[in-house]
Design a protein around this ligand. Structure first.
Ligand SMILES: [Zn+2]
Length: 235
């Protein structure tokens, strides 16, 4: 069965449309997934449930649809909850590379310039990706447990989840991933000279002690031997 979506992209109004606002016979609904963008048609099943579905077979999945719709919601709005504070944001960029990575979006707020946004749907951010983007503050938006169940989802609910749900939005501050290993390496480098210096010093004193000890031992032994011979000669 074709995937049923609760939200579509309206090509004339240039905005997301809720299934409750949709009308029959309108040909301007498209899939929000930029890799698909195929026409969606509005339908209602025998139970009265309304939904959008692809007119023809499509490559998108529920996950890519959700991911793309969440990013459009970020583009359509200007406030997001960061660490419990409702922050105004501007200048949403979606295809700007950061090194070899392209974050889902980059926004500017009063507190954070170039704040990266990553919407997590199918799989979480890898350590490699986080390390690559570690010079920046990252806002992680977790939609993972939504990937299958779109029932009762609408534009308002999804907007609240993406922009205001503090249980889903978390800030990963810059330098979270590279700071610790870098510090350890520095410490190792700082103390390595002590080890290098200690080896010859310990060797020097070790040999000196050994020589002194063995000389003393030999002297005692010789003395004993001489006495022994003397005693023998005396007898
Ligand atoms: Zn599609």
């Amino acid at each position: 069965m074709a995937v049923q979506y609760p939200i579509a992209w309206h090509t004339i109004d240039n905005c997301l449309v809720d299934v409750d606002e949709a009308k029959r016979g309108v040909a301007d609904y498209r899939c929000p997934d930029p890799d698909c963008e195929k026409p969606l048609i509005f339908k209602r099943n025998y139970k009265g449930t309304k939904y959008f579905t692809h007119k023809v077979a499509a490559t998108c999945t529920g996950e890519t649809w959700l991911h793309s719709t969440a990013i459009i919601i970020i583009q359509e709005n200007s406030y997001i909850m960061i660490n419990g504070t409702n922050c105004n944001y501007t200048n949403v960029r979606t295809k700007q590379p950061i090194g070899k990575r392209i974050p889902d979006a980059i926004i500017d707020t009063d507190k954070y310039l170039d704040l990266l946004i990553e919407v997590v749907v199918k799989s979480d951010l890898t350590k490699e990706k986080l390390a690559d983007l570690d010079a920046h503050n990252i806002l992680r938006i977790d939609l993972e447990n939504l990937k299958i169940n779109f029932k009762n989802l609408n534009k308002e609910k999804l907007t609240n989840m993406v922009l205001y749900d503090t249980g889903r939005i978390s800030l990963i501050p810059a330098c979270t991933y590279t700071a610790t290993p870098a510090q350890t390496t520095d410490e190792l480098e700082d103390y390595s000279w002590i080890v290098l210096l200690a080896i010859p010093i310990l060797t020097y004193f070790g040999l000196k002690y050994y020589n002194g000890h063995s000389t003393e031992y030999n002297q005692k032994r010789t003395k004993k031997l001489v006495n022994h011979i003397r005693r023998k000669q005396y007898w």
